[in-house]
Design a protein around this ligand. Structure first.
Ligand code: TXA
Ligand code: MG
Length: 326
């Protein structure tokens, strides 16, 4: 039985917490994207998350908690970098990978755990109401576009028992994931929190491709979820660097089935155009919603103007690159 989308009021929160305590699942809003929540240390609840998302079992989940103290309780070691980053950015869009406390069930997963304190009143109220650490991946089918509204969730996961509606997510792109088990800390996934902000607190930050501690000699990537196609709309997405080339390709395409995603005002006529902000934070906040709109419009091809170079656009470039992978 499903309750569907419900208001995130006291009754909704009570019902959601009840489901979580019964080792079922529910969807809740965070400041980044909606998360499919489950008691993080219930094998049954976590299995349901993987089943609903059709997520490969090797890709571990981020555990959401109400405070830095609750996060530290899940860690075997809480390094100085974790202490400082948590003090500065939590609640907020930063996930920290730490060594996992030995008393936690590992279920064959990694010896580390990713933790974060979300900055959303509904997420925090739910954590308080249920009193459980909540594993919560983005509430979408594996590899498809992450949800930034309750409606996106229902379209991707129609069978989910309950969705707490918190309106559109403020940041619209997932948390930045940083491995603090190594020194210097290493970026595993660019996201809503900028590299500059993190470097201001910890000094050096290694990037996914950099050699050094934590680098995977075989792939250069250590975050298991990053090695493949992801965040993809139904339409085939092509990233195009040169606006003139984009205009040319748009001219050759059937305008009825063409979508264009760009931050440059000079968009080709005819096509279904999603003109996003030239500010990277505003662009990120609307990116997934724009991809959902293009899917709704029934386009089969999306020409995406490549965003500018530079750290500020790193997360957006990452998501668009993955969305274009086959
Ligand atoms: O903003 C977010 O982080 C959202 C909201 C709901 O909080 N959650 C989210 O979860 O994006 P998910 O499952 O879609 O992405 C989790 C990422 C994946 O890239 C995964 O590989 C990585 O975090 N991850 C999780 N645990 C890890 C670990 N122990 N070591 C390395 N990477 C880990
Ligand atoms: Mg995801």
């Amino acid at each position: 039985m499903t309750d569907g989308v419900v208001a995130a009021d006291a009754a909704g929160l009570r019902r959601a917490a009840e489901l979580l305590r019964q080792e079922s699942v529910c969807v809740f809003p965070t400041e980044t994207v909606y998360g499919l929540g489950a008691h993080a240390f219930s094998a049954k609840a976590v299995a349901e998350v993987y089943r609903l998302k059709r997520r490969p079992s090797w890709n571990p989940l981020i555990v959401h908690v109400a405070s830095a103290a609750d996060a530290e309780a899940l860690a075997h070691e809480w390094p100085e970098a974790a202490r400082r980053l948590a003090a500065r950015f939590w609640p907020g869009p930063l996930s920290l990978v730490v060594e996992r406390a030995h008393h936690l069930p590992a279920n064959g997963g990694p010896s580390t755990v990713a933790v974060r304190v979300p900055a959303h009143p509904v997420a925090l109220a739910l954590l308080e109401e249920c009193g459980l650490p909540l594993a919560a991946p983005s509430a979408n089918r594996s590899e498809s576009i992450s949800p930034t509204t309750a409606e996106h969730v229902i379209r991707s996961l129609p069978d989910v028992p309950l969705v707490l509606d918190g309106g559109p997510c403020r940041l619209g792109i997932e948390s930045t994931v940083v491995d603090v088990t190594v020194s210097p800390p290493r970026l595993l996934r660019p996201g809503a929190l900028s590299l500059r902000a993190i470097r201001d607190v910890v000094g050096a930050l290694a990037l996914p491709g950099d050699p050094g501690p934590g680098a995977d000699p075989t792939s250069g990537v250590r975050s298991p979820g990053l090695a493949h196609r992801h965040y993809a709309p139904r339409a085939r997405l092509h990233l195009v660097d040169d606006p003139a080339v984009l205009a040319e390709r748009a001219e050759d395409a059937d305008p009825g089935t063409l979508g264009v995603l760009t931050h440059l005002p000079a968009a080709p006529p005819g096509a279904h155009v999603e003109l996003l902000s030239a500010d990277p934070l505003e662009y990120a906040a609307d990116l997934y919603a724009a991809l959902h709109r293009l899917d709704d419009a029934g386009v089969t091809t999306i020409l995406a103007q490549a965003p500018p170079e530079g750290d500020d656009w790193l997360a957006v470039r990452d998501r668009l690159t993955r969305a274009s992978a086959r």
